[in-house]
Design a protein around this ligand. Structure first.
Ligand SMILES: Cc1ncc(COP(=O)(O)O)c(C=O)c1O
Length: 399
């Protein structure tokens, strides 16, 4: 009897997998999980065809920089492939400490902690500090890892309209009961390309005494002096308590970081499950991030080229009459408004040799279904011309 009940329960889960509508649609239209066969910079090969990558987050184009590759190779030889353990036990190495000190200094913070994924860093920058009874004020459009951190914390959440200080003020006023309050925003919103309205937002955070967490995965390397990020861009370092982010975008590696005061970082090291029970960042990925960080400070041409390309690319899209959701950064969405328009647009670009990513509701707000593109310092003028031709073709196709 017990056995048949058990097998019925298991079947329910298996049926859930078999009947899942989004999975069926994904397999039918195959828009995701493309396995690229080879890559050299922004040139990729997919299904035997040469294509231009236009959706990577390698904003500064450092993933093929000779010094970065060399640093990764040297670290592999020196340290082997992996620390094979978590930081508090057997996984801490001097290269972690070195990277953390360099990132902290770059960001003007006392301390930093690195993880094996940006997702872990950003999730734990909320989950480790908020607890039941606290109130979290969160921009509606924050990344999934931040929502996961909020859920794990068991705190009460109050959402406010995307990048809207007035709505944040109303939300803060409505829950001003004396409970500790945390504010969660992104520096640059990854889908929209919007820069956080940090001056107004931090003024409200100060008024309501909020502990402020900023995910700068897409602002790091892109904004501020030498790419120090959104907080530096506005000169508001004192107003933000935690800056978290990813090593997998401008730093051309994988992994993530949390930068804050020493007390905050030491509390994280004692209390964060994502920090205590997950294997540490690998030697090659740490060395790659360190080399990229050095290049950000010594070779300004990558940052300059990124912004030159961004301006050129945005002007070209605007000339075609496309809706860019007022993106202000190299993350440029092309809003098409429905999945029926997004799919043929994305397909037309693919047909013309340009690789982008579709994002449809509920991953984006209803009516904002889009093709996400991101321009890199590595795109050549010739590639931008090919992209312009492909865009014109896609516009004609979708009408
Ligand atoms: C805003 C934001 N935060 C965090 C992450 C997670 O970073 P990672 O991909 O390095 O895990 C991402 C990744 O796309 C992101 O866009």
């Amino acid at each position: 009897m017990a056995l048949s009940l058990f097998s019925k329960n298991k079947k329910a889960i298996l049926n859930r997998c078999r009947d899942d509508y989004p999975t069926k649609m994904r397999l039918k239209y195959a828009p995701y999980y493309h396995a690229i066969e080879s890559q050299s910079g922004t040139n990729i090969k997919l299904d035997g065809r040469d294509m231009i990558m236009l959706s990577s987050n390698d904003y500064l184009g450092l993933s093929f920089h000779p010094k970065v590759i060399e640093a990764g190779q040297a670290a592999l030889k020196k340290w082997g492939t992996s620390p094979t353990g978590a930081r508090p036990s057997n996984g801490s190495r001097s290269y972690h400490v070195e990277l953390e000190q360099k990132l902290a200094a770059f960001l003007g913070r006392e301390a930093c902690h690195v993880h094996a994924a940006g997702y872990l860093s950003c999730m734990s920058s909320i989950a480790s500090f908020a607890q039941k009874g606290d109130v979290i004020l969160a921009d509606k459009n924050i990344h999934s890892c931040l929502w996961d951190g909020i859920r794990l914390s068991m705190a009460t959440v109050e959402r406010f309209s995307h990048n809207n200080p007035d709505d944040l003020r109303s939300a803060a006023a409505s829950c001003d009961s004396g409970s500790p309050k945390l504010l969660v925003v992104e520096g640059v919103y990854s889908m929209e390309g919007h820069i956080c309205r940090l001056p107004e937002i931090t003024r409200i955070a100060e008024e309501y005494d909020c502990f402020t967490i900023l995910d700068d995965a897409h602002g790091f390397g892109v904004l501020g002096h030498q790419g120090r990020g959104t907080v530096d861009h506005f000169g508001l370092n004192e107003k933000v308590d935690i800056i978290c982010g990813s090593l997998s975008k401008s730093l051309a590696s994988t992994g993530g970081f949390i930068a804050a005061s020493r007390e905050v970082i030491e509390y994280l090291r004692t209390n964060s499950k994502q920090t205590i029970f997950s294997a540490a960042l690998s030697p090659s990925q740490a060395a790659i991030a360190m080399a990229a960080l050095e290049i950000m400070q010594t070779e300004p041409e990558h940052h300059e080229r990124l912004w030159r390309n961004t301006k050129k690319y945005r002007a070209m899209l605007k000339h075609l009459g496309l809706d860019l959701w007022d993106s202000e950064t190299p993350a440029v969405p092309i809003v098409l408004g429905s999945k029926e328009r997004v799919y043929p647009f994305w397909k037309a670009l693919l047909e013309k040799g340009v690789f982008t990513v579709m994002s449809i509701a509920p991953a984006v707000p209803a009516g904002k279904d889009l093709v996400r593109t991101a321009v890199s310092a590595m795109h050549t003028d010739e590639q931008l011309e090919k992209i312009a031709e492909a865009m014109a073709y896609a516009v004609k196709k979708v009408g």
